[in-house]
Design a protein around this ligand. Structure first.
Ligand code: HEM
Length: 471
């Protein structure tokens, strides 16, 4: 339909590495300063604890620097000005597809995360109505129903892995609200959820294991799950097209949506877009809720303020969609602060498509360029005492006084997260349900370690002890 889809990218790792090295040769002599020796240790530390690499480099070199990771020399740009430059002032200089988002194409195809330019903008325009306020408000019913059912099994005194609990709830919500599939239907919804999780796990394993292609490799297993998912999603699309009335979930909206010329998405485009939405929306909401509960369990005063607000505003009832949107400011600030400390989509990988200048350095077309919300949110000159959980930083006047581009947990500009309202509504709905009923306590002796692939999450989950709320 409409604007032409971009050509496929090679998923062959040898071709990728060779092309990266050639492109680096072409840009020789023009990289911003920074350590660019081949250093296996740095790559390993970066995979485990990127802040410990990025923040010292920022202090040494300033808001733009180079660093070699694995075989490739990449440029990082950090801080409010850099974020603004990439996201708002010059998005046309960068592509997502040729950056490391391209690695997602074998599973996601050509959805919003892996396309650029006119093709992206047109797809986004067609999809926007599916994310309007009314549409998200309708999904809150699903969010509450799933949350309440999943909490019914919690008993005071028991230990629950909050991360895995939420992952399961978020997957069920996504199945219903995005795809309209019943997660309890063994033939369809449950199978789709299972294969989606399996396919996703490919992106959480070490890079070198992702390069293997033979029988029994993680790649093959991801391909098998992708094929199964395709079968289910295409069957659902065919079924929907045969129905007289479009349904009101997001898949239904995408099938009914039309561009300016009256043309809609093809089956393949719909499949790629819904897979992308599932991918982008699942881990991110899961991690946000988990880190929020982690911090509230450690910060008694902050938790008490949120709980007092819930009592006062809701008095034990479910929040209305309007209350979720703007009627619970204490909860809102606690979530803002959680997303500052742990922005799940912590890195914005891009590739420069034209030469540009920033901070006194010239960067060549073809260079990998990343911004990082996580590192930018930890700069002490922007967020004093950056390690501390202080929701009050996000009181309206203080939030408005932050430099533009300082706080970017949802990205920014014309490609800001399309699911922002959906994700925030989901996290708030589930947080109200948990906090109205329970108090969560850390398990003595357990240390939370952060894993950063593909999104920030607590490594190995987050066990918590469930207590009665007022005990
Ligand atoms: C708290 C939850 C969420 C967070 C923190 C989050 C964060 C982000 C960020 C940072 C980006 C921009 C990445 C970049 O600039 O490189 C993004 C883009 C995106 N997000 Fe989210 N996200 C969340 C929830 C969701 C949900 C629930 C959905 C879908 C239902 C979703 C779908 C997308 C899509 C499709 C894009 C690409 C948009 C485009 O390029 O036009 N996200 N998200």
């Amino acid at each position: 339909m409409r604007t032409e889809a971009p050509p496929p990218l090679s998923a062959n790792p040898v071709v990728r590495i060779a092309s990266d090295l050639l492109s680096e040769r072409a840009a020789r002599g023009t990289f911003p300063p920074g350590p660019t020796d081949f250093n296996f240790r740095r790559t390993r530390v970066m995979a485990r604890d990127p802040l410990s690499v990025l923040l010292p480099l920022y202090r040494e070199y300033g808001p733009i620097f180079s660093v070699r990771l694995l075989h490739a020399r990449v440029v990082f740009m950090l801080g409010p000005e850099a974020n603004r430059f990439i996201l708002v002032e010059h998005p046309e200089l960068f592509h997502w597809r040729e950056g490391s988002f391209g690695d997602l194409i074998p599973l996601l195809g050509d959805g919003l995360l892996t396309i650029d330019g006119a093709y992206h903008d047109e797809a986004r325009r067609i999809m926007m109505p599916a994310f309007h306020r009314e549409q998200i408000l309708a999904a809150t019913e699903v969010m509450f129903a799933e949350g309440e059912a999943a909490l019914a099994g919690w008993r005071p005194g028991e230990t629950v892995d909050l991360y895995h609990w939420m992952r399961n709830v978020a997957m069920r919500i996504a199945m219903r609200a995005l795809l309209g599939l019943d997660p309890d239907d063994r033939g369809q919804g449950a199978l789709a959820a299972e294969h989606f999780e399996r396919a996703l796990s490919y992106y959480g394993i070490d890079f070198h294991k992702r390069l293997l292609r033979g029988p029994g490799s993680p790649w093959r297993s991801m391909q098998r799950s992708r094929a199964k998912l395709d079968e289910i999603v295409y069957a659902e699309i065919r079924k929907r097209r045969a129905e007289a009335e479009p349904r009101r979930d997001i898949l239904g909206m995408l099938i009914a949506a039309r561009g300016e010329d009256g043309e809609g998405f093809s089956d393949r485009e719909i499949r790629d877009q819904v897979m992308t939405l599932m991918f982008a929306g699942h881990d991110t909401s899961t991690s946000t809720l988990t880190f929020l509960m982690y911090e509230l369990a450690r910060n008694r005063a902050a938790r008490e303020r949120v709980v007092a607000e819930l009592d006062e505003v809701l008095g034990g009832r479910r929040a209305t969609p309007q209350q979720l949107e703007r009627g619970l400011p204490e909860l809102g600030m606690a979530i803002d602060e959680t997303l500052r400390l742990y922005p799940p989509a912590w890195i914005g990988p891009r590739r420069a498509v034209r030469d540009f200048e920033f901070g006194g350095y010239r960067v060549k077309a073809g260079t990998y360029v990343n911004y990082s919300s996580w590192a930018s949110h930890r700069l002490p000159e922007v967020f004093p005492n950056p390690e501390a959980f202080e929701p009050r930083r996000f009181e309206p006047a203080r939030k408005a006084a932050l430099p533009r581009g300082a706080y970017v947990p949802f990205g920014g500009g014309s490609r800001i997260c399309i699911g922002k309202r959906f994700g925030l509504t989901e996290v708030k709905a589930l947080a109200t349900l948990i906090l109205q009923r329970f108090r969560l306590e850390h398990v003595p002796g357990h240390t939370m370690r952060i894993r950063q692939m593909p999104t920030l999450s607590p490594d190995g989950g987050l066990p918590v002890i469930v207590r009665e709320r007022d005990a």
